[in-house]
Design a protein around this ligand. Sequence first.
Ligand SMILES: [Zn+2]
Length: 645
Amino acid sequence: MEQITLHEPFFRPLPLGSIRPQGWLARQLRIQADGLGGHLDEFWPDIKDSRWFGGEAEGWERAPYWLDGVIPLAFLLDDDALKAKVTRYCDYIITHQAEDGWLGPEQMVWTAGQSPTPLRNYDIWAQFLILKALVQYGDATGDPRVAPAVERCLRRIEQHIDGAPLFNWGSFRWFESLIAVYWLWEQASRNRDQESGVSGQWLADLAVKLHAQGFNWSDFFRRWPLTEPTPKKQWTYMGHVVNNAMAVKAGALWWRLTGDEADRAAVYDMIGKLDRYHGMVTGMFTGDECLAGKRPTQGTELCAVVEYAYSMEVLLSILGDPIFGDRLEKVVFNALPATFSPDMWAHQYDQQVNQAECSILPDRPWNTNGADANIFGLEPNYGCCTANLTQGWPKFAAQLWMRTQDGGLAAVAYAPSRVEIVVDGAPVTVSLETDYPFRETLRFVVSTERPVRFPLLLRIPGWTTGCRLKVEGEHAASPEAGAFHRVDREWRGTTELVLTLPMAPALLSGYNGAVAIERGPLVYALKIGEEWRRTNADLPLRELPHADWEVHPTTPWNYALTVSAATVTQDVVFAEHPLGDCPFSPDGAPVSATVKGRRVPAWIMENGSPADGPLSPIVSTEPLEELTLIPYGCTNLRITEFPVS
Ligand SMILES: [Zn+2]
């Protein structure tokens, strides 16, 4: 019988630990480890007392969400205390696996805010999630218990869904299970000399069964009815913002089994439609918490931001299209940092592109999110994001570099980092020294102990023009934008490459004729004075440093800009500032822009959000002022889409 195989991903991610964050990225991961993400298990009951670790609190998705991000965080930072922590938790889960293969709390299942559910009614999504976390632990540690634990759990899942077919989250997120299915498949084929007992045929059959029971996103998008903002009280799984952020990768994951071009095309179809009807200038789409249209005040959920970034990383790997790298950077450099306080001790549930006040108010325009959804705090609106927030930065750092099918190395997204690989038995180190995305220059240093030949692929973003590459001081052929540039040579000793990615300002069009300013991978927003006010101090667990905060504006926000597409390069003037310890903060912004504009008195606040702006172009008799914009990711309050005058 013919051996069934998986289609190769275009790029293969490197094992956790091969990439080391440097410079600002290392500092950012440290901020996360010193903030909520690294400390949740010390005081937040849904992790500290999770049933996953033998406690009495929530026992469904929260501990797996947290582990999914804190595992890569610990190994990227090589932080002994954090590594000991995640080892203890993973060890508990592996050693408490049930005889029948079930991972975590069994028989009766506890979900936040709900009464215990009999296992038959258990939403199996959390099993997919814990497997996705555990395979990272297996990669990082080489712990030989992980593959058998994953195998036994997958066999248990197969048995479970025969009796209780996928429904709700398990159905709409079925493809997340493929991460572990393919991981085990590749482990088994790598170790085929040893008797593993795991066959590709069994795993393929399991994948087909999951696919058949799961929601078919590709079919749904072919006749997609969700082009309008979701009406109030019409929450659905298919319109759910996080489900959509996860599901954009479903077609690519499924393609690895089918090899069908239509499965790859489904990815582009889905992203194109989400952009067109719900897309934001940050590269995200709205959802509060279902798809919410183009209005810049609807906002999007933190879980959607980290899941969309992860989807882009998976798409980059499987499909190898550089546009997913452009999108990944846009989301990670803008929407991700914006939704945290600079110290990462507080986060929002819902971030708005035009966000002039973060406060608890009853009549927000959101369709299902609660009155507190946009404050910065411990668990505004709902605690999923509190647990899931860990995955954003670490997964990004772990996927900056990938291997090519011909033994080379690809830089798929850019941030200061160092990567170690082995080529033909020779250890090779490549480091990237850069303050990108706040600067245009990237300096790569390739070091090898003995001469080796391999291709180095550099992603050239679609937004750059006039990109230059120097190899050992000599100008190389001009790299083409929107493609991977290939440097195929024999590397000896130490070789320096300097890539310059010129960033020119551009106008993006927004809602109601509004505009936003983009330059390179960064979107710029008005810097608004902030007053942080403690709130919910009477609620449990809201003591410092994990308190809840409202943020109120202390300076005007209702401006129209004097800019045009034809003159934008003269209209907006950029200035660089030193890159400090906390670049994603209003005062630490490493770059700013000045632009002229006028107040628009008729543009007022409505229920805590800027009302729909007047239609552009508008006439204002207010005096012309010089305004300061900073990168969107550095702001907590902001106007990003402006009317023009
Ligand atoms: Zn969430």
